[in-house]
Write a protein that binds this ligand. Structure first.
Ligand SMILES: Cc1cc2nc3c(=O)[nH]c(=O)nc-3n(C[C@H](O)[C@H](O)[C@H](O)COP(=O)(O)OP(=O)(O)OC[C@H]3O[C@@H](n4cnc5c(N)ncnc54)[C@H](O)[C@@H]3O)c2cc1C
Length: 299
């Protein structure tokens, strides 16, 4: 039997959180191995926004630049491979890759992100990240002054309050649902269900189940979040009600030696992850720091 390869810190995830965690740990000469299976949350986004010094940069260019920077560090190795399992192995961890290869580490940084489940409206997935999105900070400004749609009643009060000063006109497609109790919405509502979404002119046409159609420049949607990877479950990590991994202020999970940063995790005080590239990178830095602390406490 061959001895598994060893690394000080295994970072799983090559989005902004994992890339930053690897940079942080690599700079203090911890041996870091970063795994990336190439499934990024913002894969369909052509230009990201609200990212200082990178406002409007394609996400792929951002990741490529980060990877180029990591090549300056002989302490960091990046592997385009999927990790299949993570388990405790004595004081450390044992990672099994999809290829069957095995690696051990003293600490693990989880930066595997989340997967968006969209409402089951035909055509929505095709325009996701372009003419349909979830975040007014990332996606609103480019549609300023135009007619903006919001799909679903649950988040309509919150989203319409944020988008009010951006939109020329707002419309809520409430799908026949009630607003959250006690909320007020001073925005026109359409209750017929949306049966198809498709690009039309430089925006979207929504065909409704009463046969009518509505045109908007962009549609805001609230996706359901799912963990992209099975590691929270495999390691038995505590979760928040959102389904995301619960971390403390230091990015530590409920299992010593496992830290987490980015969209897959958040503090218990937040209802959901503060999903943004900058927040993910910041959380990755904290998770990287705390992973180093794990290597320091070894005898
Ligand atoms: C439509 C849309 C538009 C957005 N626009 C913006 C924007 O304009 N500005 C902004 O700041 N934010 C934007 N965001 C949010 C932003 O994309 C996320 O907050 C950010 O990507 C989270 O980074 P992350 O590192 O946590 O996860 P991700 O970027 O999703 O990276 C996850 C990483 O984990 C890897 N991974 C997962 N499982 C495994 C495994 N088993 N083995 C190996 N690797 C694995 C993936 O391959 C990937 O490398 C947008 C999000 C969406 C959905």
């Amino acid at each position: 039997m061959t001895t598994p390869q060893h690394t000080d810190i295994a970072v799983i995830g090559g989005g902004p959180a994992g890339l930053q965690a690897a940079l942080t740990a690599g700079r203090v000469r911890r041996q870091v191995t970063l795994f990336d299976d190439g499934t990024y949350r913002n894969a369909t986004v052509s230009h990201m926004h609200n990212v200082l010094t990178h406002d409007g940069t394609p996400p792929a260019d951002f990741r490529a630049a980060a990877r180029r920077e990591l090549t300056a560090y002989d302490t960091v190795s990046v592997r385009d491979e999927r990790v299949a399992t993570v388990e405790r192995d004595g004081e450390g961890f044992r990672l099994t890759l999809a290829s069957g290869a095995v690696m051990t580490s003293y600490a693990v940084v989880l930066a595997t992100g989340v997967r968006d489940e969209l409402p089951p409206v035909p055509g929505l997935q095709d325009v996701w990240g372009d003419l349909a999105a979830q975040c007014p900070f990332c996606h609103g400004f480019e549609f300023a002054g135009r007619r903006i749609g919001i799909l679903g009643a649950g988040a309509a009060p919150h989203l319409s309050a944020l988008l009010g000063p951006v939109a020329g006109e707002l419309v809520v497609f409430d799908e026949g649902q009630e607003l959250p109790e006690g909320s007020v919405l001073d925005v026109p509502r359409v209750s017929a269900r949306v049966s198809v979404v498709e690009p039309h002119d430089d925006g979207l046409r929504l065909t409704l189940d009463d046969g009518s159609a509505q045109d908007v420049a962009v549609l805001f949607v609230v996706p359901t979040l799912h963990q992209s990877a099975p590691f929270a479950e495999q390691l038995g990590l505590d979760l928040n009600p959102s389904g995301c991994v619960r971390v403390d202020e230091f990015g530590r999970t409920s299992v010593p030696g496992v830290t987490a940063g980015g969209d897959l995790a958040h503090l218990a005080v937040f209802p959901t992850p503060m999903a943004s590239v900058v927040q993910a990178a910041a959380a990755g830095q904290i998770a990287g720091n705390s992973a180093i602390a794990q290597t320091l406490t070894r005898g």
